[in-house]
Write a protein that binds this ligand. Structure first.
Ligand SMILES: [Zn+2]
Length: 247
């Protein structure tokens, strides 16, 4: 997975700690995948007999904290069941086949032709051209959001509006920097997971429509695809543990 995802070459936030986060001892004959590292996803992994849990938001996402309460429970559950943890954050967002952005674009019927949303030396998101009614795109994004127990939030737009230049950045994809980048690239529609309130206000003034489809809903693709790729390679089984965050 480190090689497949170019884990060492792709920059990330310090708390991402990409790669193996917790080792185990026994053989791995079954794996589980989940968007988030939590007591519930660990339970799900244990219930299916997985000895490896692959997550997008890893064990250290909340920063350095005492290993007490639910944090202690998580580790105790993992170690008593000999379950390892592997995490891939931005390397899994940006991967051309297994990435959250590429797979979300495909799900929405969009073909990427470039990048979007720079972080250090890489573009985290994708962009491309289309000739699709914004309403149609919003309906597809809404179906995705509802499928993960959420709902679509969209900035206002006219019924006849057409999306010609779009940008996708899954998860917390909308912020001041991505809006600036969208303007620089001439994008008219952004599809993201979530973003702060001011991005919706600014978008209207910039003539950009933002579709917020949910952080969780836009990030189930990558871990699922990675788990299936690994399972195929080793002729084992991968199970996606679906625990929507509600956001
Ligand atoms: Zn995320």
């Amino acid at each position: 997975m480190d090689e497949l995802l170019a884990i060492r070459a792709i920059p990330d936030y310090p708390s991402a700690v990409n790669g193996v986060q917790l080792a185990n001892i026994g053989d791995i004959e079954r794996i589980a995948t989940a968007v988030d590292f939590s007591t519930e996803t660990i339970s799900g992994a244990i219930d299916v007999g997985a000895r490896l849990l692959i997550v997008h938001h890893g064990m250290f996402w909340g920063g350095v904290q005492p290993i007490t309460d639910h944090r202690h429970k998580r580790l105790w559950m993992l170690m008593t069941h000999d379950v390892a943890v592997y995490s891939a954050h931005l390397p899994l967002d940006v991967h051309p086949d297994l990435g959250n952005n590429a797979l979300l674009a495909a799900r929405l019927g969009l073909s990427p032709s470039g990048g979007f949303a720079p972080y250090q030396a890489i573009d985290v998101g994708l962009s491309g051209t289309s000739e699709i009614p914004t309403r149609t795109l919003a309906e597809r994004a809404a179906a995705l959001a509802v499928g993960s127990g959420g709902h679509l939030v969209a900035t206002p737009f006219d019924e006849e509006r057409v999306t010609r230049r779009w940008g996708i950045c899954t998860g917390a994809g909308a912020d001041s920097a991505t809006l600036r980048d969208a303007v620089a690239r001439g994008l008219d529609t952004l599809i993201v997971g979530e973003g702060p309130h001011h991005t919706a206000v600014e978008a209207r003034e910039l003539g950009i429509v933002i579709l917020y489809a949910g952080h969780y809903a836009t990030e189930t693709f990558g871990v699922r695809a990675l788990g299936e790729r690994v399972a195929d390679h080793f002729a084992i089984t991968s199970t996606f543990i679906d625990v929507p965050s509600g956001l």
